[in-house]
Design a protein around this ligand. Structure first.
Ligand SMILES: NC(=O)c1ccc[n+]([C@@H]2O[C@H](COP(=O)([O-])OP(=O)(O)OC[C@H]3O[C@@H](n4cnc5c(N)ncnc54)[C@H](O)[C@@H]3O)[C@@H](O)[C@H]2O)c1
Length: 440
């Protein structure tokens, strides 16, 4: 029996330990899933507060229940640690660290590089290393592989290396880690076979592909597809509005076509760790090959202009009422970038709030998922969420809806606010209209 067959058998018998590095939105659900299907799991993170919370049986991510963490702790098959010196313990190491952009919008692979160095430092025979962080095509081969091979072991013989893109969709009630099909590419055939065997135990459908580069490019395609289509409807929103046509009505009608059309919706701008960032990983890499990624650049330009467009719409609506934005009291509804989540990374809400501040508005925000604004990249707003009551709402010259959380009291807001500027069509979709409701 070959080494890989023996390892596959160990996986099948659960005589196999899975290590996950980076216990964020992607890593934590993965830890829970592998633990829940019977593997011993070790979670690694450099953030000591996360480690403490997990070991105490609680969760720091709103849509991941503390009960699941507690139940896993109780099995005694899970522990979290900040000690990267223990990376040699698990049989498989799955890397889920951030892949952001630098200030100049170039890929910032420092987290991946540091993690690959840490894995290399303890790499042992037969270990499987799998990268899940979103990279540009070639990252596994060019960044991770040389660091691991520098230790003397050869890929496909001494150790195994694969890439499997994460497709987590926080807040999606229909799909979760177990049911979202998982694309996997291996550096060699044995790498692919072992990674496929491992993921197949935890995930309903595994999709093996011909190389790590195909798997990496798949993730980029998925995110570019979203970025471009969202840009398209954002552009159409502006064009249709000038013609007196409501773009949401148009999309509702178009989506009755049973083939060849998938609805995307306009909004105040892109947010989160994926869509605003990942396409630019490809743009950067394509330059190396002398190729321009014009669709990506154009989509980026349109989407990143949306926060300014929303501010302009607010300014016009105030102007109609004889008010200037400067000095106006504005309440922004929603700081998370996505409906019903607490994730404010790259959130257009934060950008809009900063833009309003710079224009002299007196800004507050309300978000049932974010009681206080976290300090995130580029934004330094120190605010706490306003409780929505008739009196608090009456205090503002305008309410600006950025994120259409289900928990907002739309009826109360509609009754109490003197002006509502809605960038999500949330009020109209619920039947709340009137001259004080303006679409943005
Ligand atoms: N959030 C999503 O919905 C989503 C979806 C698909 C793909 N992704 C990709 O998955 C990757 C991770 O994203 P995320 O949203 O989970 O990020 P996150 O910020 O929520 O979590 C990353 C974690 O890694 C930890 N970390 C950073 N450096 C580390 C190191 N050297 N060693 C150990 N831990 C370290 C951080 O403390 C943090 O807990 C990114 O590449 C992202 O593009 C995210």
């Amino acid at each position: 029996m070959s080494d890989v067959q023996l390892l596959q058998e160990k996986v099948g018998r659960r005589d196999y330990t899975v290590g996950v590095i980076g216990l964020g939105y992607v890593g934590l659900p993965l830890v829970l899933r592998f633990g829940e299907v019977g593997f011993r799991v070790i979670g690694f993170d450099i953030d000591p507060t996360k480690i403490e919370q997990l070991n105490a049986g609680s969760s720091y991510i709103q849509h991941v229940s503390g009960d699941r963490v507690r139940a896993l702790i109780d099995t005694r098959r899970f522990e979290a640690t900040a000690d990267l010196g223990r990376l040699g313990e698990p049989d498989a190491v799955i890397i889920c660290v951030p892949t952001p952009l630098t200030e100049h919008r170039d890929p910032d692979l420092r987290y991946v590089e540091k993690t690959a160095d840490a894995v290399a430092a303890t790499l042992r025979r037969n270990q499987l290393v799998c990268l899940e962080s979103t990279p540009y095509p070639g990252t596994t081969d060019e960044i991770v592989l040389p660091r691991l091979e520098a230790r003397g072991l050869r890929v496909g013989e001494g150790f195994f290396l694969a890439f499997s893109p994460e497709r987590e969709d926080p807040g999606n009630a229909q799909f979760d880690t177990a049911t979202i099909p998982k694309v996997v590419g291996g550096v060699t055939a044995d790498c692919l076979a072992l990674a496929t065997a491992l993921y197949s135990e935890a995930i309903k459908q595994v999709v093996p592909v011909s190389s790590t580069r195909v798997a990496e490019a798949t993730k980029i395609l998925e995110n570019v597809y979203r970025a471009v289509n969202i840009a398209l409807v954002n552009e159409l929103k502006i064009a249709f509005e000038r013609m007196g046509i409501n773009v949401w009505d148009v999309i509702e009608a178009a989506k009755t076509k049973p083939f060849g059309f998938q609805p995307f919706y306009p909004g105040p701008g892109l947010g989160g760790h994926c869509i605003p960032i990942d396409p630019f990983y490809l743009t950067w890499k394509a330059r190396e090959y002398g190729v321009a990624t014009r669709f990506i650049e154009l989509a980026g330009e349109i989407n990143s202009g949306m926060p300014a467009y929303v501010i302009l719409k607010l300014m016009e609506a105030l102007n109609e009422r004889g008010k200037a934005l400067k000095g106006a009291r504005v309440l922004v509804l929603g700081a998370a970038y996505k409906k019903d989540t607490d994730d404010s990374r790259e959130s257009p809400g934060l950008e809009i709030m900063e833009g309003l501040f710079h224009k002299g508005a007196k800004v507050d925000y309300s978000d049932p998922h974010l009681p206080r604004l976290p300090m995130v990249r580029r934004h330094k707003l120190d605010l706490t969420s306003v409780n929505l009551t008739e009196a608090s709402l009456r205090h503002y010259d305008a309410v600006l809806l950025v994120t259409d959380h289900s928990r907002f009291p739309y009826d109360l807001i509609h009754q109490s606010a003197s002006l509502i500027v809605d960038s999500r069509n949330a009020f109209r979709a619920r039947g709340f209209t009137g001259s004080h409701v303006v679409s943005a």
